[in-house]
Ligand binder design. Sequence first.
Ligand code: PAF
Length: 305
Amino acid sequence: MPTSGSHTSPRIVHEIAELKAAVRAARAAGRQIGVVPTMGALHEGHLSLVDAARQDCDFIVATIFVNPTQFGPGEDFSKYPRTLARDVELLSPRGVDLVFAPEASAIYGPEHVTKVILDGPALSLEGDARPTHFAGVATIVLKLFNLVQPDRAYFGRKDFQQAMVVQRMVADLDVPVEVIVCPTVREPDGLAMSSRNVYLSPEERRRALSLSQSLSLAKQLLARGELNVATIQQRMREVLAAADAEIDYVAICSSTTLAPLTHIDGPAVALIAARIGKTRLIDNELLNEGTPDGPGKGPAGPRKG
Ligand code: PAF
């Protein structure tokens, strides 16, 4: 929810030295630092992360950086929406203290060669479809963590696998930050908010509802006692096919490890990637949320902290 209009505009910083000085001063003043990493083109999903950060922290940094290294060849890096002035307007009433919006040259110097190498949950699904994507994400997220040195970092469950990859990296590399995963924010008709929704024509926007409808169907089938993954996936595919969605994957996996399931007998997540026209969309829903060791472990859970 938007906070009262009493907040002042955030300070906008493009240079690393300025960012570091500001967070050093905040830390010296005893403030808890929260970071919300974004690529801009903000929507209510991002703003809900800021609201969550505001609950736990008293110095909020939002980063806005369209990270070139997480886009593969032929992906939408050059056309990805860049709307800094509007983003800052949206952030102002939500109580962000600092917006870090660096140039790519400030982040990746001419001699930059180092990347985070990932395994496990980074290899399937998005990792299959976009083989260089998560190395780019993990590398920029680790760099942002090193620059901001936040107490907590906020990610959306809409990017379920990304959140899991970041949590794994933080645990494996002993990065001293608490990763908090917040629920997906949806439009009233169910479409998951995404910066890429602006690419959809009105007709595609209607067809894009097939993703959330297919996920709702999975939940309904499970609630009616259907535990067989192949059966549920088949019904999900039918909903997507009826909307002429070009399916990249429809998967039902463990929500704690992302291992594919054949039978739902514990915490699970249904995930979809599909192209509507030229726009590739992803969405997911937790299944079996009530299972004892499900929520709270991994990005499946409600926000932790
Ligand atoms: O989710 C995103 O917007 C990006 O992948 C992130 C985490 C900001 C890294 O560039």
